[in-house]
Design a protein around this ligand. Sequence first.
Ligand code: HGY
Ligand code: MN
Ligand code: MN
Length: 383
Amino acid sequence: MRDCHHALAEWLEPLEVKTTIDAAGNLHGLYPGIQAGVPRLLIGSHLDTVPNAGAYDGILGVVLAVALLEELQGKKLPFAIEVLGFSEEEGVRFGTPFIGSRALAGKLGGELLDTRDAQGVSVRSAIENFGLNPEELAQAALGDDTLGYLEFHIEQGPVLEDRKLPLAAVESIAGQSRFEINFSGRANHAGTTPMHLRRDAIAGAAEWIGAAERVAQSTPGLVATVGKIESKPGAANVIAGNARLTLDIRHSSDTIRLRAAEDLNREAQKIASRRRLSVSSKQLLSQRAVELDPFLTGEIEKAIRKTGCEPHRMVSGAGHDAMILAQTIPSAMIFLRTPGGISHDPAESVAVEDVEKAIQCGLHLLNQLANSPDFYNVPHSKG
Ligand code: HGY
Ligand code: MN
Ligand code: MN
């Protein structure tokens, strides 16, 4: 993250943009407007990613923001532009996502700061270990001079490729729930324990994973993923006494998502009691679905059209920092096509021509907003 901050600072320095790091580790770079004191438009995305990731998820949105400033070639707009690089969006280390952007929304507080990683290090300690001061988190919260937030991001799915389109305007982001589910049974000898006397935690977890897949397959628009499973003691000749796994469940309707989460938690209890196991479920996240700003989304469609492309509106199945900022300021997203629909994997890619289109779209969008006084005259902090 430090190297990433240094690289961005070097790219922003020739644009006379000084970078700062807030108490949550987010990078900020302010490109001034035509005069001091004008409100600001935020453009950015996250700098962190997932294990064995691709090279574009998150970081592309930050580098595109830098590219837009370069393309302005010193031209100043009626509003300032603040480049944002969020510190922790994926939730890989602490299990719960959007830690950086929640600081801007003024929601990085007590319980979340005490959340611990696999080594028992809390978010608060991680902030201190990075040389930052958790007591200064309040200063990271957005001021009321913020007009809105734009995030360029790869689609991470197959839709744009299927439609042969380079860009899309995102109208909403699906809600997501994350759980840690713990099955406990009785470790025992793999050779001497008859099948009917076993309390096999992995076998119980496996039955439940199958149930989760069947619920998602039979519910249109629902996705359920068990991405991580750890078992103890983890030896080939020992029946597992414990199996700990994660559940990630998403849908554009909160009602359907929450009902499916309830059903799956109930199913875990049923499977556990039938197998004389115990099971616990810890909710790590319940993030509601978020509508993005209709005015900005409309402007994005116009800007996409000006690049000579047909604008496509779509729902994002992936979560983004925009869903946190959208709770306080008008927020909108532009998707870039993901070749092969592959993401969260080294095969993740973008087409150079699509990045070029995204930069053109961004310049049209800035020009449209600069010529829309009712956009920049009144900061829209939703409060
Ligand atoms: O998991 C997601 O939706 C995103 O990659 N943070
Ligand atoms: Mn991601
Ligand atoms: Mn992302």
